[in-house]
Write a protein that binds this ligand. Sequence first.
Ligand SMILES: [Cu+2]
Length: 157
Amino acid sequence: MSLRNTLSAAVAATLLTVPAFADGIMVMDPYARAASPAAKSGAAFMMIHNETGQDDTLISASTEAAARVELHTHIEVSDGVMQMTEIQGGIPLPAGGTHHMMRGGDHVMLMGLTGPLEQDATIEVTLTLEKAGDIVVTIPVDNARKPEAGAHGDHSH
Ligand SMILES: [Cu+2]
C-alpha cells in the first residue's frame, strides 16, 4: 500500500467515526406546548435515543423562545399529589437506551416564554449533552396534543 493510500484510509476511518458519534443521538417525536396562549411557561417533550455506543447525560437545554430553560420531572410529594421539580445532575442517557420525556414525567421546562407558543409554529431548542455536545432540535408546537398513554395526567402543563 502506498503512503497516499494509507493516508486516505486513515482519513476515511476518521470521517466514518466522527459523524456516527455525533449522529448517534436521535431525537424522536418532539413537541412543545403551553397550557394557554397567555401562559408564561410551556414545556417540550420528546424521545431521545442514544446510539453513540457510550453512556451520555443530557445536562441542559436552551432556546430563544424562553428566558430560562430547566430540565424538570414530576415527583409525588404526598399521596397522589405530583409536583414539578428540577432534575439535579441531568438526565442519564445510557448507551442503547431511549429516554421518553412525557407529560407527567420528565420534560424540558420553558420558563418566561418570549412569545406565545402558536399552534404549528416551531421553536429551536439546543440540547447540551455531556459527551455528544450541543444538538439543535426543531420542535413543532402542538398545544392540542393529548397526554401520552401511560402519562399520569396533565398537571400544570
Ligand atoms: Cu416543568
